[in-house]
Design a protein around this ligand. Structure first.
Ligand SMILES: Nc1ncnc2c1ncn2[C@@H]1O[C@H](COP(=O)(O)OP(=O)(O)O)[C@@H](O)[C@H]1O
Ligand SMILES: [Mg+2]
Length: 225
């Protein structure tokens, strides 16, 4: 088990039916991710990138194929078991970041830890540190609804990291970021991957960013290469 990859997806298939048509989004997709590995996924709009990330994160189910984490099978697990897996090991950043607009940046970042009953003082320290590292040290008390789109994305990143996930799944997290903020986010992720073994799978349209990851995979016609 210790030699197992962090995440192993084997022959994932996914189709959607709309009316009489069936759209095949994933055709036998294989993916193996090692601890600390940073992977970019690129592909045209509608090619299935979000679908793939949701399946890799157990938020959606493949029609066929298998998924395992550190050698443990996730396929066929109950929803409470999968929720436990996600809580313990996976951080998500969605295209629509789902921050709570009436809560401060700090409260939003602390939220996953509050829900999981983490001790507050340590949680707050961690959240403040992460906000500082994404360049929002001066904005921690701002209501998230008052922050710019790029600032909100960085809050969402800090929130995704606050529980120390082993795997970060990010769906176009730098879409609204200027170049400097994008660089800062990338530097933080690289540091976490090198020092803590955080594995990152990031969907992006930023080819420069994709090229600076450990590998760049393209999703096209249901195949990941
Ligand atoms: N819940 C759904 N029901 C039906 N079709 C869907 C659903 N989700 C996604 N699709 C379709 O699957 C394809 C892939 O979508 P998506 O994974 O969002 O692609 P991407 O993130 O690469 O833009 C698209 O054609 C989309 O319309
Ligand atoms: Mg998408």
């Amino acid at each position: 088990m210790n030699n197992s990859p962090l995440l192993q997806a084997t022959a994932l298939c996914k189709s959607y039916r709309s009316g009489l048509d069936t759209i095949t989004v994933l055709k036998n997709v294989d993916l193996s991710v090692q601890p600390g590995e940073m992977s970019a996924i690129v592909g045209a709009s509608g090619s299935g990138k979000t679908t793939l990330l949701q399946i890799l994160g157990t938020l959606d189910q493949a029609d066929a194929g298998r998924l395992s984490f550190r050698g443990l099978e996730l396929t066929g697990k109950s929803e409470p078991q999968l929720a436990g897996h996600r809580n313990a090991h996976v951080g998500f950043i969605f295209q629509f970041h789902h921050l709570l607009p009436e809560f401060s940046a700090l409260e939003n970042v602390m939220m996953p830890g509050l829900i999981n009953g983490r001790p507050q003082a340590a949680l707050k320290k961690k959240a403040l540190d992460l906000l500082d590292r994404v360049g929002l040290g001066e904005r921690v008390q701002h209501r998230s609804g008052q922050l710019s789109g790029g600032e909100q994305q960085r809050v969402a990143l800090a929130r995704a990291l606050v529980m120390d996930p082993a795997l970060l799944l990010a769906d176009e997290p730098t879409g609204n970021l200027d170049a400097a903020s994008g660089q800062r986010v990338f530097a933080l992720l690289r540091e976490l991957s090198e020092n803590l073994g955080l594995a990152v799978i990031m969907v992006t349209h930023n080819m420069e960013l994709a090229a600076s990851m450990d590998r760049c995979l393209t999703l096209a016609d249901g195949n990941l290469r």
